[in-house]
Design a binder for this molecule. Structure first.
Ligand code: GLC
Length: 480
């Protein structure tokens, strides 16, 4: 039986004319244990299906990519060397200079973040790679690597999008996600494109590994805690990676890999249920999808991740405005703008424990130039709770599905991403979702524990580079 219950104490004392239409939102957003279990069962089948179907095929939109990353081992903890890492995620470009020390599980790093401008996210391939190369050049000016005789420094590139990889040094972009829409990159290998821009500026680096942010998170968290079996991101987008046995990956059958070989799979499970078989889509989900850059793709991600939960709240608030309930005498022009709310708004509002909801009011005033009544804000707080709880419980389905598929009853999951790290309450809600799905005995600790992990794109990427270089060394030694 589900122990899940949404407790809307926040609505106590709020007049009836503001709450009368709220029942429909509970019907849309509350997901009981039985529903989560059904979604998880279907999710397991889809993960398995993705392992059987080869790479970037036209029908990919309805299949979970389950991309083979060619990272074939976990770090031993004794990796060493100096690496540059470049992380192109949803919002920022992050560059790190990481030194892995010979001492087990130790490292030093210097980093710098650059915001990725909107124009760059929707410009041309050349503009994108030149932007990246310029920032790397600026970083290297401030942090010279001291590399002798122009020997290129090894660089690991965390490219947080779905790519089809034939080896760890290359990757063909299957499709842009997360509001990126740069022309001339889909269907192309991103590594030569980046290398060409680096060469134009004479930047002496050698791209030795291309990884996903989930892969980096898995490697970095496993480096610190060997109980970690899944690496996941909950941020602008959402996704997870895990180590799979190659013999269980039918699409690898012709690669002649040893019987006991393993490989990290980047699930790209944001694409779960693109064929709309199981997820409980609301009218708001349909609207977010149909108004997005690529309708019909990343449907699970659009219900769950940080980029979309603010937009969901905005659509819900607009609906209640149009039903004559919220913000009746207010000018809501600024609230009408698409994506005017981001996940931080929801997290600040939920953390506000002041009687007058002062922090939440400040957000409304700063972002939308109007000031709601306390009762209106209580209604919004209630809606935020519903939306964020649904996101967390749906997020739990993906993690539970990976564990079920692998028959993992107990493990740690390393989770990175600004929303996971900064949205207090998200972790508890997701853990409750896992408990409901997996029926842990009452009083039992979290058998699958979601633990905050950082540095996937710094130390995780550096470790991936080190593993990739060792592999080359091993191959060379075998040949000689
Ligand atoms: C999107 C990307 C995926 C990435 C995730 C989190 O889902 O497609 O590659 O891991 O966002 O950044």
């Amino acid at each position: 039986m589900s122990s899940f219950r949404y407790r809307p104490e926040i609505l106590e004392g709020v007049p009836e004319h503001l709450t009368r239409n709220l029942k429909q939102f509970e019907d849309w957003f509350l997901l009981e244990a039985a529903e989560l279990k059904k979604i998880t069962e279907h999710f397991v089948k889809e993960l398995e299906k993705g392992l059987t179907i080869e790479g970037a095929v036209p029908s990919l939109d309805s299949i979970q990519p389950m991309n083979v990353t060619w990272v074939r081992s976990n770090p031993s903890g004794r990796e060493s060397g100096r690496f540059l890492t470049l992380d192109m995620g949803g919002t920022n470009l992050r560059i790190c200079d990481v030194t892995l020390s010979e001492q087990k599980r130790d490292f030093e790093q210097t980093q710098r973040k650059f915001k990725l401008p909107k124009e760059v996210k929707s410009g041309t391939a050349e503009e994108l790679w030149d932007f990246v190369a310029d920032r790397l050049q600026a970083f290297l000016k401030e942090n010279p690597t001291g590399s002798q005789d122009n020997i290129p420094v090894p660089l690991a590139f965390t490219f947080s999008f779905p790519v089809d990889q034939q080896n760890i040094r290359s990757g063909v972009l299957q499709r842009w996600t997360k509001k990126f829409n740069v022309s001339g990159v889909e269907g192309e290998d991103v590594v030569p494109q980046l290398e060409a821009a680096l060469a134009r500026k004479n930047i002496p680096v050698d791209v030795v590994a291309l990884i996903n942010d989930t892969t980096g998170t898995l490697i970095a968290s496993h480096y610190r805690d060997p109980h970690v079996k899944v690496g996941s991101i909950f941020s602008t987008g959402t996704n997870a990676a895990y180590m799979e046995e190659c013999r269980l990956v039918p699409k690898l059958k012709d690669y002649g890999l040893p019987e006991d070989a393993k490989v990290i799979i980047n699930t790209e499970y944001g694409a779960f249920d693109n064929d709309r078989q199981i997820l409980p889509f609301t009218p708001f989900d349909h609207q977010i999808d149909s108004e997005s850059l690529r309708p019909g793709t990343q449907l699970y991600e659009k219900m769950v991740s940080g980029l979309y939960i603010g937009e969901m709240l905005r659509l819900v608030m607009i609906k209640l405005h149009e039903e004559g309930i919220l913000f009746q005498d207010k000018d809501i022009t600024r609230l009408r703008q698409n994506y005017a709310i981001d996940a931080t708004f929801l997290s600040i509002a939920e953390m506000d424990i002041s009687e007058g909801l002062d922090a939440m009011r400040e957000e409304f005033e700063d972002d939308f130039s109007f000031s709601p009544t306390v009762d209106e804000m209580k209604v919004c707080r209630y809606l935020i709770g519903l939306i964020a709880t649904r996101a967390a419980r749906l997020y739990a389905c993906g993690i539970a599905a990976i564990c079920k598929k692998n028959n993992t009853k107990k493990c740690h999951v390393g989770v990175d991403g600004s929303v996971f790290n900064n949205y207090s309450g998200f972790k508890d809600r997701a853990s409750q979702g896992l408990r409901d799905i997996l029926d842990w005995p009452v009083g039992e600790i979290d058998l699958i524990a979601l633990n905050a992990s950082e540095d996937g794109s710094g130390v995780g990427a550096a470790l991936a580079a080190s593993l990739a270089l060792n592999k080359v060394e091993q191959i060379k030694t075998t040949i000689l």
